[in-house]
Design a protein around this ligand. Sequence first.
Ligand code: MGP
Length: 221
Amino acid sequence: MAQEEEAAAAMRPASAEEDREEDREEGEIEGEEAEPAAGIHHQQLHPLEYAWKFWFDNPSLKSKQTAWGTSIRPVHTFSTVEDFWSLYNNIHHPSKLVVGADLYCFKDTIEPKWEDPVCQNGGNWTINCPRGKSDTMWLYTLLAMIGEQFDNGDEICGAVVNVRGKQERISIWTKNAANEATQLSIGKQWKEMLDYNEQIGFIFHDDAKKLGRSVKSKYTI
Ligand code: MGP
């Protein structure tokens, strides 16, 4: 099975979709199967400013990996509002993902890794939620990113939700960690959009690389 199909299969649609799903090939995404009549299709699509890609890291593959990141699989790229909803409605939301999973949504040209050239001088803001409680915040984060709701949207690489036993962590990754004013603006806007009132912290990827779990936030708001 191709890598993208394998990742999509690992994120199979929720049960309400099961019937329609039986008619699909494994990993096939709804909306891709039938080409609407020429002309109509193009008039109805609403292009996004950027193309984005979902990536998925499945814990069973992760546990067998030799180096971090080798088990992360691209799921699908989208560049219109309609494609986003087709995908979003057909993949599990964080509360339904298996513990240990990581679901990423990054600008299409950026890999969700500290080592990506665009991410390497960056960092991330993180919000913590109890297990099973991040679905709405994840959706609002995605909509704010792809809908260019941030004043400094160019600065954003993407977002990830890490599903763990006791919590789900949503992070927004940005490009230039040292640019404090920009990072603070993104963090503040994100909290406002989510109506999130707890303190959040910004970690530099460079610090996370060096210090692992002992890493401390450089900015807090
Ligand atoms: P994690 O999965 O974000 O943290 O990173 P968590 O949930 O505390 O740990 P888990 O074991 O429960 O998954 C865990 C570890 O993965 C980090 O400490 C790094 O060693 C490694 N890691 C994470 N990221 C995002 C990267 C990355 O982009 N590049 C590299 N090389 N390693 C990473």
